[in-house]
Design a protein around this ligand. Structure first.
Ligand code: SER
Length: 316
Protein backbone atom coordinates (compact mmCIF):
# COMPACT_ATOMS: atom_id res chain seq x y z
CA UNK A 1 0.00 0.00 0.00
CA UNK A 2 1.13 3.52 -0.82
CA UNK A 3 1.15 6.09 1.98
CA UNK A 4 0.72 9.71 0.95
CA UNK A 5 1.32 13.10 2.53
CA UNK A 6 -0.63 16.11 1.25
CA UNK A 7 1.10 19.41 2.05
CA UNK A 8 -1.30 22.36 1.91
CA UNK A 9 -4.22 20.07 2.75
CA UNK A 10 -6.52 22.88 3.91
CA UNK A 11 -6.36 24.64 0.56
CA UNK A 12 -8.68 24.50 -2.41
CA UNK A 13 -7.02 21.50 -4.09
CA UNK A 14 -5.86 19.83 -0.87
CA UNK A 15 -9.37 19.58 0.56
CA UNK A 16 -10.63 17.58 -2.43
CA UNK A 17 -7.38 15.67 -2.99
CA UNK A 18 -7.30 14.32 0.59
CA UNK A 19 -10.84 12.99 0.08
CA UNK A 20 -9.91 11.47 -3.27
CA UNK A 21 -6.85 9.73 -1.84
CA UNK A 22 -8.75 8.46 1.21
CA UNK A 23 -11.40 6.93 -1.09
CA UNK A 24 -8.74 5.00 -3.00
CA UNK A 25 -6.06 4.15 -0.43
CA UNK A 26 -7.99 4.27 2.86
CA UNK A 27 -7.84 6.75 5.69
CA UNK A 28 -4.86 5.00 7.33
CA UNK A 29 -2.75 5.71 4.25
CA UNK A 30 -3.27 9.46 3.98
CA UNK A 31 -1.60 12.11 6.13
CA UNK A 32 -2.65 15.73 5.76
CA UNK A 33 -0.54 18.74 6.63
CA UNK A 34 -0.87 22.49 6.50
CA UNK A 35 0.70 25.56 8.06
CA UNK A 36 -2.71 26.30 9.60
CA UNK A 37 -4.73 24.14 11.98
CA UNK A 38 -6.63 21.26 10.42
CA UNK A 39 -9.96 21.95 8.78
CA UNK A 40 -10.37 18.30 7.88
CA UNK A 41 -12.37 15.59 9.66
CA UNK A 42 -10.57 14.65 12.90
CA UNK A 43 -9.96 11.03 11.92
CA UNK A 44 -7.41 11.99 9.25
CA UNK A 45 -3.83 12.10 10.57
CA UNK A 46 -2.69 15.71 10.53
CA UNK A 47 0.64 17.49 10.95
CA UNK A 48 0.81 21.25 11.32
CA UNK A 49 4.03 22.09 9.47
CA UNK A 50 5.59 24.97 7.56
CA UNK A 51 7.02 23.50 4.33
CA UNK A 52 10.01 25.83 4.79
CA UNK A 53 10.88 24.08 8.08
CA UNK A 54 13.06 21.33 6.60
CA UNK A 55 13.64 19.47 9.86
CA UNK A 56 9.98 19.31 10.88
CA UNK A 57 9.09 18.22 7.37
CA UNK A 58 11.58 15.37 7.31
CA UNK A 59 10.63 14.27 10.82
CA UNK A 60 6.94 13.99 9.91
CA UNK A 61 7.71 12.16 6.66
CA UNK A 62 9.92 9.62 8.43
CA UNK A 63 7.54 9.22 11.40
CA UNK A 64 4.58 8.42 9.12
CA UNK A 65 6.66 6.33 6.72
CA UNK A 66 5.47 8.39 3.73
CA UNK A 67 6.01 7.10 0.16
CA UNK A 68 4.46 9.91 -1.88
CA UNK A 69 4.22 13.64 -1.32
CA UNK A 70 1.68 15.99 -2.92
CA UNK A 71 3.16 19.45 -2.46
CA UNK A 72 0.34 21.96 -2.79
CA UNK A 73 1.54 24.75 -0.49
CA UNK A 74 2.15 27.87 -2.58
CA UNK A 75 1.29 31.52 -3.05
CA UNK A 76 -0.89 31.97 -6.17
CA UNK A 77 -0.82 34.59 -8.90
CA UNK A 78 -2.74 37.48 -7.34
CA UNK A 79 -1.34 37.10 -3.80
CA UNK A 80 2.13 36.55 -5.23
CA UNK A 81 2.08 39.98 -6.86
CA UNK A 82 1.53 41.52 -3.42
CA UNK A 83 4.38 39.56 -1.79
CA UNK A 84 6.80 38.76 -4.64
CA UNK A 85 9.86 37.79 -2.61
CA UNK A 86 7.92 35.67 -0.18
CA UNK A 87 6.11 33.98 -3.09
CA UNK A 88 9.48 33.13 -4.63
CA UNK A 89 10.84 31.78 -1.35
CA UNK A 90 7.80 29.67 -0.49
CA UNK A 91 7.21 28.33 -4.00
CA UNK A 92 10.88 27.54 -4.72
CA UNK A 93 12.30 26.51 -1.37
CA UNK A 94 9.26 24.37 -0.57
CA UNK A 95 9.78 22.46 -3.79
CA UNK A 96 13.56 22.14 -3.36
CA UNK A 97 13.05 20.78 0.17
CA UNK A 98 10.83 17.98 -1.15
CA UNK A 99 13.06 17.28 -4.18
CA UNK A 100 16.03 16.91 -1.82
CA UNK A 101 14.13 14.42 0.36
CA UNK A 102 13.37 12.36 -2.75
CA UNK A 103 17.01 12.55 -3.84
CA UNK A 104 18.03 11.22 -0.40
CA UNK A 105 15.56 8.36 -0.87
CA UNK A 106 13.33 9.42 2.04
CA UNK A 107 10.31 9.56 -0.32
CA UNK A 108 9.64 7.67 -3.56
CA UNK A 109 7.37 9.91 -5.59
CA UNK A 110 6.37 13.57 -5.77
CA UNK A 111 3.41 15.39 -7.22
CA UNK A 112 3.94 19.11 -7.66
CA UNK A 113 1.47 21.35 -9.48
CA UNK A 114 2.53 23.80 -12.11
CA UNK A 115 0.10 26.19 -13.78
CA UNK A 116 -1.04 27.92 -16.95
CA UNK A 117 0.75 30.89 -15.34
CA UNK A 118 4.04 29.57 -16.76
CA UNK A 119 2.91 31.08 -20.06
CA UNK A 120 3.16 34.78 -20.82
CA UNK A 121 2.23 37.52 -23.26
CA UNK A 122 4.53 36.17 -26.02
CA UNK A 123 3.02 32.65 -25.84
CA UNK A 124 0.56 31.61 -28.59
CA UNK A 125 -2.78 32.07 -26.83
CA UNK A 126 -5.08 29.60 -28.55
CA UNK A 127 -4.50 25.85 -28.12
CA UNK A 128 -1.22 26.64 -26.42
CA UNK A 129 1.12 23.72 -27.13
CA UNK A 130 3.08 21.68 -24.57
CA UNK A 131 6.38 23.12 -25.79
CA UNK A 132 6.28 26.80 -26.70
CA UNK A 133 7.53 30.27 -25.80
CA UNK A 134 7.37 30.81 -22.03
CA UNK A 135 7.99 34.30 -20.71
CA UNK A 136 5.71 34.57 -17.66
CA UNK A 137 5.14 38.06 -16.27
CA UNK A 138 3.94 37.22 -12.73
CA UNK A 139 6.18 36.15 -9.88
CA UNK A 140 3.93 33.10 -9.49
CA UNK A 141 4.47 32.18 -13.14
CA UNK A 142 8.22 32.74 -12.86
CA UNK A 143 8.35 30.46 -9.80
CA UNK A 144 6.28 27.75 -11.52
CA UNK A 145 8.44 27.83 -14.64
CA UNK A 146 11.63 27.65 -12.58
CA UNK A 147 10.05 24.83 -10.56
CA UNK A 148 9.32 22.89 -13.74
CA UNK A 149 12.97 23.16 -14.73
CA UNK A 150 14.03 21.94 -11.25
CA UNK A 151 11.67 18.96 -11.47
CA UNK A 152 13.10 17.90 -14.81
CA UNK A 153 16.63 18.48 -13.49
CA UNK A 154 16.15 16.30 -10.41
CA UNK A 155 14.61 13.60 -12.57
CA UNK A 156 17.44 13.61 -15.11
CA UNK A 157 20.33 14.01 -12.66
CA UNK A 158 19.15 12.03 -9.66
CA UNK A 159 16.35 9.81 -10.97
CA UNK A 160 13.73 11.53 -8.80
CA UNK A 161 10.21 10.36 -9.72
CA UNK A 162 8.46 13.72 -9.85
CA UNK A 163 5.26 14.31 -11.80
CA UNK A 164 3.44 17.51 -12.57
CA UNK A 165 0.42 19.08 -14.26
CA UNK A 166 -0.06 22.64 -15.44
CA UNK A 167 -3.42 23.18 -13.76
CA UNK A 168 -5.82 25.64 -15.33
CA UNK A 169 -8.14 27.65 -13.07
CA UNK A 170 -9.82 25.12 -10.77
CA UNK A 171 -13.49 25.32 -9.87
CA UNK A 172 -14.73 23.68 -6.66
CA UNK A 173 -17.09 24.28 -3.76
CA UNK A 174 -15.64 22.43 -0.76
CA UNK A 175 -12.87 24.95 -0.02
CA UNK A 176 -12.30 28.46 -1.27
CA UNK A 177 -9.51 29.28 -3.69
CA UNK A 178 -6.45 30.97 -2.26
CA UNK A 179 -5.63 34.16 -4.14
CA UNK A 180 -5.53 33.35 -7.84
CA UNK A 181 -6.58 35.28 -10.93
CA UNK A 182 -9.12 32.60 -11.83
CA UNK A 183 -10.90 32.81 -8.43
CA UNK A 184 -13.79 34.79 -9.96
CA UNK A 185 -15.14 31.59 -11.50
CA UNK A 186 -15.60 30.17 -7.98
CA UNK A 187 -16.69 33.39 -6.24
CA UNK A 188 -19.45 33.92 -8.79
CA UNK A 189 -21.26 30.82 -7.46
CA UNK A 190 -20.91 31.85 -3.80
CA UNK A 191 -22.22 35.34 -4.50
CA UNK A 192 -24.99 34.10 -6.79
CA UNK A 193 -26.40 31.97 -3.98
CA UNK A 194 -25.91 34.53 -1.22
CA UNK A 195 -26.72 37.81 -2.99
CA UNK A 196 -28.04 37.00 -6.46
CA UNK A 197 -25.38 39.20 -8.02
CA UNK A 198 -21.66 39.30 -8.62
CA UNK A 199 -19.16 42.05 -9.40
CA UNK A 200 -16.44 40.59 -11.59
CA UNK A 201 -12.87 41.92 -11.69
CA UNK A 202 -12.20 40.56 -15.20
CA UNK A 203 -13.76 41.85 -18.42
CA UNK A 204 -16.75 39.94 -19.73
CA UNK A 205 -14.90 38.55 -22.77
CA UNK A 206 -11.76 37.31 -20.97
CA UNK A 207 -11.34 33.65 -21.87
CA UNK A 208 -9.22 31.48 -19.57
CA UNK A 209 -8.57 27.74 -19.33
CA UNK A 210 -10.53 26.25 -16.42
CA UNK A 211 -11.39 22.82 -15.01
CA UNK A 212 -13.87 21.32 -12.56
CA UNK A 213 -12.11 19.98 -9.46
CA UNK A 214 -13.27 16.36 -9.95
CA UNK A 215 -11.41 16.29 -13.26
CA UNK A 216 -8.32 17.86 -11.70
CA UNK A 217 -8.26 15.27 -8.90
CA UNK A 218 -8.76 12.48 -11.40
CA UNK A 219 -5.90 13.87 -13.52
CA UNK A 220 -3.62 14.11 -10.49
CA UNK A 221 -4.26 10.63 -9.15
CA UNK A 222 -4.12 8.95 -12.55
CA UNK A 223 -0.84 10.70 -13.38
CA UNK A 224 0.57 9.44 -10.07
CA UNK A 225 -0.67 5.89 -10.72
CA UNK A 226 0.73 5.66 -14.26
CA UNK A 227 3.83 3.53 -14.80
CA UNK A 228 6.96 5.66 -14.59
CA UNK A 229 8.00 4.62 -18.10
CA UNK A 230 4.93 6.29 -19.66
CA UNK A 231 5.64 9.65 -17.98
CA UNK A 232 8.00 11.13 -20.54
CA UNK A 233 7.46 14.77 -19.59
CA UNK A 234 9.19 15.52 -16.28
CA UNK A 235 8.69 19.25 -16.30
CA UNK A 236 4.89 19.49 -16.34
CA UNK A 237 1.98 18.39 -18.55
CA UNK A 238 -0.52 20.66 -20.28
CA UNK A 239 -4.06 19.52 -19.43
CA UNK A 240 -7.12 21.11 -20.91
CA UNK A 241 -10.57 21.32 -19.36
CA UNK A 242 -13.00 24.00 -20.46
CA UNK A 243 -12.46 27.56 -21.62
CA UNK A 244 -15.04 30.23 -20.92
CA UNK A 245 -15.42 33.95 -20.27
CA UNK A 246 -17.15 35.73 -17.35
CA UNK A 247 -20.13 36.46 -19.65
CA UNK A 248 -20.48 32.77 -20.53
CA UNK A 249 -20.31 31.47 -16.97
CA UNK A 250 -22.70 34.23 -15.86
CA UNK A 251 -25.20 32.99 -18.47
CA UNK A 252 -24.96 29.46 -17.01
CA UNK A 253 -25.39 30.74 -13.47
CA UNK A 254 -28.45 32.73 -14.55
CA UNK A 255 -30.09 29.50 -15.77
CA UNK A 256 -29.77 28.09 -12.22
CA UNK A 257 -30.26 31.21 -10.10
CA UNK A 258 -33.18 33.22 -11.48
CA UNK A 259 -32.64 37.00 -11.62
CA UNK A 260 -28.87 36.62 -11.21
CA UNK A 261 -27.00 39.69 -12.41
CA UNK A 262 -23.34 40.38 -13.05
CA UNK A 263 -21.50 43.67 -13.32
CA UNK A 264 -17.83 44.50 -13.80
CA UNK A 265 -15.17 46.44 -11.89
CA UNK A 266 -11.83 45.63 -13.48
CA UNK A 267 -8.70 45.46 -11.31
CA UNK A 268 -5.00 44.46 -11.58
CA UNK A 269 -5.89 40.84 -12.22
CA UNK A 270 -7.05 41.74 -15.75
CA UNK A 271 -3.48 42.21 -16.94
CA UNK A 272 -2.50 38.84 -15.44
CA UNK A 273 -5.42 37.16 -17.24
CA UNK A 274 -4.49 38.93 -20.47
CA UNK A 275 -1.00 37.42 -20.30
CA UNK A 276 -2.30 33.83 -20.06
CA UNK A 277 -3.60 31.41 -22.72
CA UNK A 278 -7.27 31.23 -23.65
CA UNK A 279 -7.15 27.50 -24.34
CA UNK A 280 -4.65 24.65 -23.97
CA UNK A 281 -3.54 21.79 -26.22
CA UNK A 282 -3.15 18.62 -24.16
CA UNK A 283 -2.53 15.95 -26.81
CA UNK A 284 0.68 14.80 -25.12
CA UNK A 285 -1.04 14.09 -21.77
CA UNK A 286 -3.81 12.25 -23.67
CA UNK A 287 -1.28 10.12 -25.55
CA UNK A 288 1.10 9.33 -22.70
CA UNK A 289 -1.18 8.60 -19.74
CA UNK A 290 -4.68 8.58 -21.15
CA UNK A 291 -5.92 11.89 -19.76
CA UNK A 292 -9.31 13.22 -20.79
CA UNK A 293 -11.57 15.90 -19.34
CA UNK A 294 -15.18 14.95 -18.49
CA UNK A 295 -17.08 17.91 -17.04
CA UNK A 296 -18.42 20.68 -19.28
CA UNK A 297 -19.48 24.19 -18.26
CA UNK A 298 -23.19 23.38 -17.84
CA UNK A 299 -22.57 20.25 -15.73
CA UNK A 300 -19.97 22.01 -13.64
CA UNK A 301 -22.30 24.94 -12.95
CA UNK A 302 -25.06 22.59 -11.81
CA UNK A 303 -22.71 20.69 -9.51
CA UNK A 304 -21.36 23.92 -8.03
CA UNK A 305 -24.80 25.30 -7.20
CA UNK A 306 -26.03 21.96 -5.81
CA UNK A 307 -22.82 21.46 -3.82
CA UNK A 308 -22.89 24.93 -2.28
CA UNK A 309 -26.58 24.68 -1.41
CA UNK A 310 -25.96 21.34 0.32
CA UNK A 311 -23.06 22.77 2.33
CA UNK A 312 -25.22 25.74 3.35
CA UNK A 313 -27.96 23.40 4.63
CA UNK A 314 -25.43 21.33 6.59
CA UNK A 315 -24.29 24.49 8.35
CA UNK A 316 -27.84 25.42 9.39
N1 SER B 1 -5.64 29.49 -10.46
C1 SER B 1 -4.29 29.95 -10.51
C2 SER B 1 -4.19 31.40 -10.36
O1 SER B 1 -5.08 32.09 -10.82
C3 SER B 1 -3.68 29.54 -11.81
O2 SER B 1 -2.70 28.61 -11.56
O3 SER B 1 -3.23 31.88 -9.82
Amino acid sequence: MVKSLVIGANGQIGTDLVEGLVDIYGIENVVASDIRESKLPVDIAFEQIDVLDTDALKKAIVAHDIDEVYLLAALLSATGEKKPLFAWELNMQGLLNILELAKEGVIKKIFWPSSIAVFGPTTPREHTPQVTIMEPSTVYGISKLAGERWCEYYHNKYGVDVRSIRYPGLISYKAEPGGGTTDYAVDIFHKAIKEGKYTCYLKEDTYLPMMYMDDAIHATISLMQSPSSSIKVRSSYNVSGISFSPAEIAAEVAKLVPDFIIDYEIDFRQSIADSWPKSIDDDIAKDQWGWSNKTDLATMSKKMIEGLRELKQEHH
